[in-house]
Design a protein around this ligand. Sequence first.
Ligand code: NDP
Length: 242
Amino acid sequence: MTRKVALVTGASRGIGAAIAKSLAKDHDVIINFASREEQALEVLHTLPEGNHSIYKCDVQDHDAVKVMMEEIVKQYGHIDVLVNNAGITRDNLMMKMSDEDFDKVMSINTKGCFNCIQTVSRIMMKQRAGKIINIASVIGLIGNMGQVNYAASKGAIIAMTKASAKELGSRNIQVNAIAPGFIETEMTQVLHDELKQKMLDLIPLKRFGQADEVAAVAKFLASCDADYITGQVLVIDGGMVM
Ligand code: NDP
């Protein structure tokens, strides 16, 4: 039996790396990254046996995304799972936020997600099967001070998940989103202790989440156990938003 193929964007560290590791048990995995090749190679070397690879591509560049997916199809024959995980923050209070920081976050988080969904859809529609998993955030559901750009980008991902689930359902393509809460990665390491304590106070389970805990849900959504789930947002946040 041919192994399924999964492309994970922004998988050179953090949540993306954990998802790549988790899927690699029963998928051939392509680790996408934008700049840090060494980190992507480190992740590659930790994966269990399989035909895994790394691929440098900035998800903001629609043409480059098309070339990446064409090359994956040439090499592997199909793409069964796409995880849109690449994302950044550029936090600031709205009154102080620059156009550049607003546009950059929208461009990577939201337009990057669109570029990948649109391109992979053409491939998955021909296959009449596929799973797309978008990594959103609880901030896209509830907003947050200092993150108007990030909240907008993740709220848009949630809306895009639902719209594309409706468009692609008849072709047996499931599109779902995961909305993590506070997960311990490089992205959250930079936050100051006072803010971290404030977040912790809001979490009923009284701890931050781990990338592996997000990866476990992504693995479930990528599996045939989730064949009848589409257009949903699964929140993984220790109960912070309910
Ligand atoms: P990290 O900052 O640890 O990792 C981000 C990843 O995205 C890196 O692999 C980076 O690769 C990649 N990336 C950045 N820009 C691009 C680009 N233009 N094209 C392709 N890849 C890119 O983040 P996390 O692991 O914490 O977050 C992963 C996702 O989960 C993000 O979408 C984030 O918004 C979301 N999330 C995270 C939460 C958290 O608490 N950590 C909570 C909720 C959501 P490179 O270094 O090579 O550029």
